[in-house]
Design a protein around this ligand. Structure first.
Ligand SMILES: Cc1cc2nc3c(=O)[nH]c(=O)nc-3n(C[C@H](O)[C@H](O)[C@H](O)COP(=O)(O)O)c2cc1C
Length: 183
């Protein structure tokens, strides 16, 4: 069975987007599509980037843990909020600190906002950064507008039927990319 790592990007106090990471983990596991775990950037609490992992003389155990989880995952989902039209510094930090780990890695992006657009303006800048680091982004999107009203704190979707339908399309495309990558 494949393994998907879900990067929960927001480290903001009172963050909402983590609910979508919880939802996606539960969704993937309940459908028996893959094993899944959340790589929580708030819990990792990485320092601001100074140099890539491979050039650090004494990398922290948490950074080594994060690196091995990105490297060994068959696919990655990045859950990101939109901050001023871009993605948060915590995520840029977590992308730039690795390099080879991203190579040809299938990555699906789920965006989040508290407004009506679902954070979709993040897509272009995040996809470009992932392209530059040689990851393989899938085109399916999973935008989450008004996320504070759409999910509870446990990551349960309020309109489960509608959200599950959108999640199915999103995850199916990632799974297809993983299958082709693992051939
Ligand atoms: C610094 C900052 C900038 C924001 N900029 C945007 C934005 O450009 N577009 C948008 O739709 N929402 C924006 N928002 C609102 C976020 O969508 C909302 O706070 C959301 O809950 C962020 O995810 P988080 O709670 O997981 O951090 C911004 C929020 C913050 C804190």
């Amino acid at each position: 069975m494949p393994h998907i790592a879900i990067i929960s990007s927001s480290i903001r106090t009172g963050r909402i987007s983590h609910r979508i990471a919880l939802y996606l983990k539960q969704f993937i596991e309940s459908k028996n599509l893959s094993t899944a775990e959340i790589l929580d950037l708030q819990a990792y609490n990485f320092p601001i980037f100074e140099e890539r992992l491979k050039f650090l003389p004494t990398p922290s155990p948490t950074l080594l843990d994060y690196s091995s989880k990105v490297k060994s995952a068959d696919g990655i989902i990045i859950v990101t909020p939109e901050y001023n039209g871009g993605y948060p510094a915590s995520l840029k930090n977590a992308i730039d600190v690795l390099y080879d780990e991203w190579y040809h890695k299938p990555v699906a992006i789920s965006t989040v906002s508290n407004g009506i657009f679902g954070g979709t303006q993040v897509i272009t800048s995040l996809q470009f950064s992932l392209f530059k680091i040689r990851a393989t982004t899938v085109t399916a999107m999973f935008p989450n507008p008004k996320a504070q009203d759409a999910y509870n704190e446990a990551g349960e979707a309020i309109d489960k039927e509608a959200v599950d339908k959108r999640a199915t399309t999103f995850i199916n495309e990632l799974m297809e990319c993983i299958r082709k990558n693992n051939k």
